[in-house]
Each structure stands twice: as C-alpha cells, then as structure tokens.
Design a protein around this ligand. Structure first.
Ligand code: KMT
Ligand code: NI
Length: 182
C-alpha cells in the first residue's frame, strides 16, 4: 500500500527513505488536498498480475488510451545512470504523469504548497496520477528495481521541463487549480 511523508533535509543517498524524526506522515486525503496527486489501488499479486477490470475502468473514466511499460533496472533500461539523473532532477510536465507499479518499488517526490518535499512510496498495486504542472522527481529505493505501467491521453509527451518553469502555462494552470480547491 502506498505511503507518503514529509522528507528530511539530509543529504544522505536519495534512495534512503528520508523520513523525519518524529515522522510526518501524509494521508492520501492530505496528499490530494495539498498537491492534487490522486491515488488508486489495484489488487496485484507477487508475480505482477493485477485486477484488469479495475484498471480498465480507470483508463476509460480518464481517457488513458495510450499505455506502455517501463522497467528500471541496470540491465534492462538503456542509459540507466543517465535516465536516473534525469528522473531525479526537479521538473514538471505539460500533462499528467500516471504510473501504476506492478513490481518492485520507488519514490515519487512532489512539492506541496509551501515548497516542501512530500515523498510517496510506490509499491505493487499503487497507481498515482501527478497533475500537469506539479514540480516532482523520481528515484529508485535501495532495492534498485521497479516495473510500472505508464498511461497517457493521446500521443505521449514525456519531456521533463526542469525547474524553474514558473511561467509555463501548465504551471500557471496547476497553481490556479490549487487555489480553487486548496
Ligand atoms: C519518470 O518519468 O519519472 C519515470 O518514468 C520514472 C518513474 S516510472 C516508475
Ligand atoms: Ni516527471
């Protein structure tokens, strides 16, 4: 099951959990309210088999007609080191970033309203939707492996727009969406 927490400010390895002491957990409701990140759970077993019907319903409801899979491991992802650096550089996208973890685990870090990092741990069965325009980054954890489905509405655009991108239309739209709902 997904969990989320405010990160500490230590410069230890990015693959460590970076929990504060005392811990500052963030519930799914808080996560939604503070960042707009949405979460769905899809029953998934140890082999990565999952409840197709639940996934299909989410895809239909949200118009996710494109899908592919990404496996992040040293031996299977071309340009592994370089990709990990790009993933962990703070950025935004002009569209949602949708990831459904079927094996392994990893961390998505998102900026909340006061510009603090909230770390979201993705494990099998977790589907998260980062809204367009949110500043975020991704890292593997100490187990160094994740497999996930990626979804998109229409032709995918994976291009990261690195921070600062405060004038980007997706950023402006994100901030006004958060002002209306926050
Ligand atoms: C991204 O865009 O950050 C990625 O695709 C990496 C994470 S996928 C589990
Ligand atoms: Ni991204």
């Amino acid at each position: 099951m997904v969990s989320a927490w405010y990160m500490d400010k230590s410069d230890a390895d990015q693959r460590e959990p970076h929990k504060t002491n005392p811990e500052r957990p963030v519930s799914l409701e808080e996560l939604k309210a503070k960042t707009g990140v949405e979460y769905f759970h899809i029953e998934t077993d140890a082999d990565g088999n999952f409840d197709e019907a639940t996934l299909l319903k989410i895809r239909n409801d949200r118009g996710y007609n494109y899908k592919d899979e990404i496996e992040i491991a040293r031996d299977t992802l071309p340009n592994y080191e370089e990709k990990l650096k790009i993933f962990f550089t703070e950025h935004l996208h002009s569209d949602e970033e949708i990831r459904f973890c079927t094996k392994g685990s990893g961390y998505f870090d998102v900026r909340e309203g006061k510009d603090e990092w909230i770390r979201i741990e993705l494990v099998p069965g977790d589907l998260i939707i980062l809204p367009a325009g949110i500043y975020h980054r991704f890292t593997l954890d100490a187990k160094n492996y994740i497999k996930a489905h990626r979804f998109f509405v229409g032709e995918p655009v994976w291009t990261p727009i690195n921070r600062p991108a405060d004038q980007h239309p997706a950023r402006q739209d994100y901030l006004s969406m958060m002002r209306r709902h926050g």
